[in-house]
Design a protein around this ligand. Sequence first.
Ligand SMILES: [Ca+2]
Length: 272
Amino acid sequence: MMDRNKQHPPVITDSHSDQMLRSPHGIQGRRHRVGQQRGKLLLMLFFLSAPFGGALQAQVYDGRACEEGNSTIKTLIKTGKVEGMTLHMGITGDADRWATSFLKAEGKPPESMPDYDYELDRDMDIHDWTCMFAAFRAFDQNQETAWSEGVKGPGVGEVLVVPLKSSKEPIRIRPGFALSDALFKANNRPRRIKVYALNSTGRDTTQVGLLFWDWTVLTSKEFELKDSNAWQTIQLPAHSPAKESVNFIAIEILSVYKGSKYDDTLISEVMN
Ligand SMILES: [Ca+2]
């Protein structure tokens, strides 16, 4: 367990954070499987401010540890409809519930993760550690962090849910582990994917985030991605969500380009 009374590092200024980004963090465990992610692991302000326009106010949170994926998403894309399945988006939100699985950190957590979220909260280390490859890493507006499926094998059939700004604009996707070309090649990249436009009719705003529930599939389409460490653009058929302000897609992995070292499939960023 983390020592919640530990001495906190000094406030990281911009110049210091740049230095820390270039330094080893002593993070062990499964990090080595996908290489060292540099420190911009948790920019929850970005998470909150986009794509929702910064409607939520930052408060002091402990951060919830990521524990398990959300298998109900598979029911949704299979049957086209799921009642309930409340997903929470916010600082203590369901960072691990927006995908059917995620790669869990293994080994001993570090004494302290870099507090890039310092101004928000001084003690989200357990969140930072356990959520290292959780779903929201694919929509944190940082292409150096990534969601990784967490099942045995390449993760065919695993699904990631992503919020988008628009149902009409093309979708930009950065497949694989974009942090470096070496890591991109070492790990699996999605090849064929099936993308589902989702609708959530149940919505609420709370002090600690946004809630979404009652889901349907509006349309879907398969795509073949290029094996390139670069942004790619896909476009779904026209569809009409109940509310244009926040939209969702689900991305199902159908096949992969095999990694040279690891059998984990990653997606670094999805947005529009
Ligand atoms: Ca990311």
